[in-house]
Ligand binder design. Structure first.
Ligand SMILES: Cc1cc2nc3c(=O)[nH]c(=O)nc-3n(C[C@H](O)[C@H](O)[C@H](O)COP(=O)(O)OP(=O)(O)OC[C@H]3O[C@@H](n4cnc5c(N)ncnc54)[C@H](O)[C@@H]3O)c2cc1C
Length: 510
């Protein structure tokens, strides 16, 4: 549907000035992230001036024009769209059994009931004989990033992307190596990640099918637009993946982009062929419900873990409802890791990403296909459109606070209309969440304390690429079962971030 109202000088001034007046602290921080990402080649004053020119163009041009067909509900809800129909496991088990008590002792405590904690519970229920596990969640299942995201089951960050972020970090922590060796090591990290991510994606699909999970799963790919200046790096990234045996990441011509996703671009886009989409909260609930069929797994929502202390043969996990003793602890708390484990510092830290949902939107946009523009992402769901953007670091204590920026939503309307044509949209929901990041943008799946406390996190906005197989790996290790080593310590251990000098780095292959 294309309909563009007139957007005269008065409208531009009114919209631009109200955007300026509404700017908040997070907008300024997000602007810095934006500037560092999109004007990375420029330095100092030039970078700031280019940023301002861009921002003024947006505020008094693109955004007012695009908002002529956008309305905002009188009260824009802050509930993520995946949770509007309620939470199947809310207040479990207290709702039905208010007098239930936490167990005094279990074999393992899993902290957090997002997709990672739910994955651990599921694998535990499948593998264990008599051993018991308890999931402790401070809110309700899928309350965190898992119930707020874009809903893509990604094949992971592509090979060249992982290689480049790891390489940058290796320059700092492995200055003992020459450049060539650091390059080869970065390639090895990228291969280890990509291998495990491909396996993870297939494991999710197999599980959805075998268990008959109803979570709207469909595998139709993910398009990522690239600017003219990024074309050579797109070509290089596709070639690098292929040369190393990873063929998921490829590219589409503008005509193919239009046909596959309904998006209009001028230059070829990146394409993850086997990415899928699903309802992320339903995935979490399905996993937990399946796990709870086993008498060895229990879930306690609204039970915050306040600290974890080591004792002779395990741990005391302190909660607001009392302690639970366990032989092993699995931290599945992603961007909250630094808040619970202050002594380890911010080796996993939160970055805020936000999303909005509106009724209407472009008819041309294809459902189930992942769609990313240059600065935002888009999806068709529930007869409307979801838009999102941003990845700004925030304080650890603010992890998963809901604090979306209206400026960013408005900006995304311009991006959406530029890619899909002008359409009518009525914005009803805006929210934010925090994926956990690491300095090398490489996840952590390993032992935290050299003993039996595990951590899965730092998945850098690609939780679906790590969490499920990562959970299987950790559960196998905790139970002492044989299994493939998909997350070798040399790559995935948190020690590479906590104590790089004493980390056992992988041998550099010839
Ligand atoms: C807007 C947005 C879009 C995204 N899009 C995608 C996407 O399309 N595809 C993708 O793969 N990833 C995406 N991500 C990232 C993805 O959502 C995360 O990587 C993933 O959800 C992490 O899952 P998790 O279970 O590890 O963490 P979370 O879902 O954050 O769960 C952690 C849980 O731990 C609980 N917890 C924390 N501290 C404690 C405590 N002390 N005691 C008890 N419980 C505690 C929290 O309440 C929370 O429920 C997106 C993220 C956001 C915010």
């Amino acid at each position: 549907m294309r309909s563009e109202k007139r957007c005269g000088l008065f409208t531009r001034l009114r919209v631009g000035l109200s955007l300026l007046a509404g700017l908040r602290r997070h907008d300024v921080r997000a602007a810095r992230t934006f500037m560092e990402t999109f004007f990375a080649e420029d330095r100092g004053l030039v970078r700031v001036l280019r940023m301002w020119r861009w921002a003024l163009g947006q505020m008094f041009g693109t955004i007012p024009r695009s908002l002529t067909t956008v309305t905002f509900a009188e009260t824009v809800a802050r509930t993520p769209i995946w949770l509007v129909e309620g939470n199947r496991l809310a207040n479990h088990p207290w709702e039905a059994e208010p007098r239930t008590k936490l167990p005094e002792r279990v074999d393992a405590v899993i902290i957090g009931a997002g997709m990672t904690g739910a994955g651990c519970a599921y694998h535990w229920a499948r593998r264990t004989g008599e051993k018991t596990a308890v999931v402790l969640e401070m809110h309700d299942p899928a309350w965190g990033a898992s119930g707020r995201n874009e809903g893509l089951v990604v094949m992971g960050r592509y090979f060249a992307m992982v290689r480049d972020t790891v390489r940058q970090h290796l320059n700092e922590v492995r200055s003992d190596l020459d450049g060539d060796s650091r390059g080869r090591l970065a390639d090895q990290f990228a291969a280890a990640y990509t291998r495990s991510a491909y396996k993870n994606a297939d494991l999710i699909e197999d599980t959805v099918r075998e268990e008959g999970f109803e979570c709207d799963y469909a595998r139709m790919g993910w398009i990522q637009a690239r600017s003219e200046s990024a074309q050579s790096s797109l070509r290089e990234s596709v070639e690098a993946g292929r040369a190393n045996g990873f063929d998921d990441w490829t590219s589409l011509t503008p005509e193919e982009v239009l046909e596959t996703g309904g998006m209009t671009v001028d230059t070829p886009a990146g394409f993850s062929r086997r990415a899928a989409s699903f309802h992320p909260a339903k995935w979490v609930w399905c996993l937990l419900e399946k796990a709870l069929e086993s008498s060895n797994v229990q879930l306690f929502t609204r039970t915050r873990v306040t600290s974890v202390d080591r004792e002779e043969d395990g741990y005391v996990v302190h909660t607001e409802r009392g302690p639970v003793r366990a032989r092993a602890v699995i931290n599945a708390i992603e961007s909250h890791t630094a808040s619970l484990h202050e002594r380890y510092g911010e080796f996993i830290f939160p970055r805020q990403t936000q999303a909005a949902f509106g009724d209407g939107g472009p008819d041309t946009m294809k459902p189930h296909v992942g769609l990313s523009g240059l600065q935002g992402w888009f999806g068709r769901h529930f007869g409307g459109v979801m838009v999102g953007s941003d990845a700004t670091r925030i304080e650890a204590r603010r992890a998963n606070c809901i604090n979306p920026s209206r400026f960013i939503t408005s900006f995304l309307m311009g991006e959406l209309h530029g890619l899909f044509g002008q359409s009518r949209i009525h914005i009803t929901h805006e929210w934010s969440g925090t994926p956990g990041f690491t300095e090398d943008e490489f996840p952590v799946v390993g032992v935290l304390d050299g003993y039996r406390q595990w951590v899965i996190g730092g998945m850098c906005g690609s939780g679906t690429a790590v969490s499920f197989n990562g959970a299987r790996h950790v559960v196998q290790r905790v139970l002492g079962l044989e299994g493939p080593d998909d997350y070798p310590e040399a790559y995935f251990s948190p020690v590479r971030l906590l104590d790089p000098r004493n980390h056992r780095w992988p041998d550099i292959e010839a």
